[in-house]
Design a protein around this ligand. Sequence first.
Ligand SMILES: [Zn+2]
Length: 409
Amino acid sequence: MHNLAINAERLWATIMETAEIGRTEKGGIKRLTLTDLDGRVRDWFAARCREAGCTVTVDEMGNIFAVRPGRNPDLAPITCGSHLDTQPTGGKFDGILGVLAGLEVVRTLNDVGFETEAPIMVVDWTNEEGSRFAPAMLASGVFAGAFTRDFAYDRRDREGARFADELARIGYRGEERVGTRKIGAFFELHIEQGPILEAEEKTIGIVTDAQGQRWYEVTLTGRESHAGTTPMSLRRDALLGAARIAVAVDAIARANAPLAVGTVGLMEVRPNSRNVIPGEVFFTVDLRHPDDAVLKSMDAALSTAIAEVATAGMEARVEEIWHFPAVRFDAGCVAAVRKATEDGGYSHRDIVSGAGHDACYVARVAPTSMIFVPCEGGISHNEIENAKPEDLAAGANVLLHAMVARAGA
Ligand SMILES: [Zn+2]
């Protein structure tokens, strides 16, 4: 089994072939979910999977499932996948790698007539990016029960087009009830979209966790007054308060190093005039940590910091607008990825995903883990997103061996 290896040139050529569908001038891809281009790449993918002997099914959310039979059809398929949709200025690898590496796994098994005990399945999840229809990871979320199907169907893009109508229009509103399909285990191969693997010259990231995220919107109200005539002791400067909270957010993240991050990324100062003491500031806070208990303590520390500022004659309104719980990936799946990585002789490190992925939702309904490979400069969601063919091949080989080990030879 250990001399089983994917065809690196075929994988690269396949990625480059689909990169033509929605190709941008700068060499990226613009292939927004449920557009004609999304329909084209789906048709291409389904056709290649059928040619490779797979049965292709589409569910009510347009998720595409390609199954290569195993010896025991009663076993739930060992599954991999990701997404073929992109950002408006997307790259050639984000999501696409995880789907096409799955196709490459099937082709490799076919090349040598390799039979697995459980079936092998490759999935294209609809609308991972959330760029045209928010929120992101919509269809894997419905599959895992995080959203209802009808909530998803009623999402609208900026032109008012409805998700369900666009799904039907491109021919991918399937019959199969979403969420009913069994998954024995799920592996998602993805570019890291961050700088760590490249900086440390590691080929494989063994993803153990995905960060929990809490997003807040804060409005701090003080009192506007004259910058020249108001003594320092009588000021209620909302910007100064917001600045103190921003410093506290930084301190909260650093106090929970190395895995915590905290960001104040947006601030609106009112009235925003050079000689008026700011009366009101609206700002956002983004806290992330892979352990929900730690994230909860960071949340408490944030509340304390805001309350301290608010005692200085200011009023704070805080709204938590989003809470995405941390994900601890399945120990058995992580072990399968680790073994495949070590057997392959690849340099590696354990890593936490800072971004959301379909795997984060699938983890709620099936044993799941992820494999990361480096991307150039850690840049993603950008047309210049790039990766090395040999790194992608290494990731696909780890995927292949983890899946085969799990499916049973
Ligand atoms: Zn992605």
